[in-house]
Design a protein around this ligand. Structure first.
Ligand SMILES: NC(=O)c1ccc[n+]([C@@H]2O[C@H](COP(=O)([O-])OP(=O)(O)OC[C@H]3O[C@@H](n4cnc5c(N)ncnc54)[C@H](OP(=O)(O)O)[C@@H]3O)[C@@H](O)[C@H]2O)c1
Length: 239
C-alpha cells in the first residue's frame, strides 16, 4: 500500500497558480498529496499547468478567474468546494507589480496593484475563514515580498500593497489563531520568474520559484501546536 502523504485528502487553492511561484507551490503541495485548485486570468496557461501537474499524479481543477473581482472569487470558491470539498490551504499568491516613480502613476495603476495584491487577500480569506473556523483547522499563506519591508525608489505602489499585506496577515493571524488556523506570510527577495525584468542580474544566483515552494512546505507540515508566522527569503549570494 502507498504510504500516506502529509496532505492526503486536503484541498489547496492557489491563486496565480498558472506559472512562476504559484505553479512551483502547486507542484510541491501536489507531491504532498493535496488536491489542487488553481486560478489565473488566462485559461491557456492554466491548462498547460494542469496537464503538467496531472502527469505527476495530482488531482487538479483550474478556473479562469480574476481575483480583483468578488464575483469571480465567489464562482471559484463554489466550483472548488463542489468538486473537491472544503479548502484546507489557501495560498494567496496572485500578484502584479508597478515600478516607477509614484508621481507618474495613474489612479488606475494604484487600483490594479492594490486590488490584486491586497484586496483579493481580504476577499478570499474572508470567504474561507468561516469554514476553517468550524473545522478548527486551516492554513492561509500570503506571498508578500521583501518589498513589504524595504523601501526603494520607484517601488511606492508595489511596496504599499505588500506593506499592507503584511499588516493584514498579522491581524488575520491574531483573529484566527484561537481556532487553530495559521495565517503566514512569505517575503521573498527577487525570484527568477516573468514577474519583472532581471537585467544586470545573474539569474543562477537569484531565488528560484522552488525556494518559495519549499517555504510553503515547511509551513504546511508544521505540527498543529506551532506556527511559522513569517519567512524572509534571500538569495545566498547577491545576484
Ligand atoms: N518574482 C519576484 O521577484 C517576486 C518577489 C517577491 C514576491 N513576489 C510575489 O510572488 C507572487 C507571484 O509572483 P511571480 O513571480 O510568480 O509572478 P508571475 O510569474 O508574473 O505570475 C503571477 C501569477 O498571478 C496570476 N495573476 C496576476 N493577476 C491576477 C489576477 N488579477 N487574478 C488572478 N490571477 C492573477 C498570473 O496569471 P494571469 O496573468 O493569467 O492572471 C500568474 O499566474 C506575487 O504576489 C508577487 O508579488 C514575486
Amino acid at each position: 500500500m502507498a504510504s500516506k502523504k502529509p496532505l492526503d485528502g486536503k484541498v489547496a487553492l492557489i491563486t496565480g497558480g498558472s506559472r512562476g511561484i504559484g505553479l512551483a507551490i502547486a507542484r510541491s503541495l501536489g507531491r504532498l498529496g493535496a488536491k489542487l485548485s488553481l486560478c489565473a486570468r488566462h485559461a491557456d496557461k492554466l491548462e498547460t499547468a494542469a496537464a503538467e501537474l496531472q502527469s505527476e499524479g495530482a488531482k487538479v481543477l483550474v478556473t479562469a478567474a480574476d481575483v480583483t473581482r468578488a464575483s469571480d472569487i465567489g464562482k471559484l470558491l463554489q466550483k472548488t468546494e463542489q468538486s473537491f470539498g472544503a479548502i484546507d490551504v489557501l495560498v494567496n499568491n496572485a500578484g502584479i507589480g508597478y515600478f516607477g516613480p509614484f508621481q507618474g502613476a495613474a489612479e488606475a495603476d494604484w487600483d490594479a496593484v492594490l486590488d490584486t495584491n491586497l484586496k483579493s487577500v481580504f476577499l478570499l480569506s474572508k470567504a474561507v475563514a468561516p469554514g476553517m473556523i468550524e473545522r478548527r483547522a486551516g492554513h492561509i499563506i500570503n506571498i508578500a515580498s521583501l518589498a513589504g519591508k524595504n523601501a526603494f525608489a520607484g517601488g511606492g505602489i508595489y511596496c504599499a500593497s505588500k506593506w499592507g499585506l503584511l499588516g493584514l496577515t498579522e491581524c488575520m493571524a491574531e483573529d484566527l489563531r484561537q481556532y487553530g488556523i495559521r495565517v503566514s506570510a512569505i517575503c521573498p527577495g527577487s525570484v527568477a520568474t516573468d514577474f519583472s525584468p532581471h537585467a544586470g542580474k545573474d539569474v543562477r544566483k537569484m531565488l528560484q520559484p522552488e525556494d518559495i515552494a519549499h517555504a510553503v512546505e515547511a509551513i504546511v507540515t508544521q505540527a498543529p501546536q506551532s506556527f511559522i508566522s513569517e519567512i524572509l527569503l534571500r538569495p545566498t549570494q547577491k545576484p
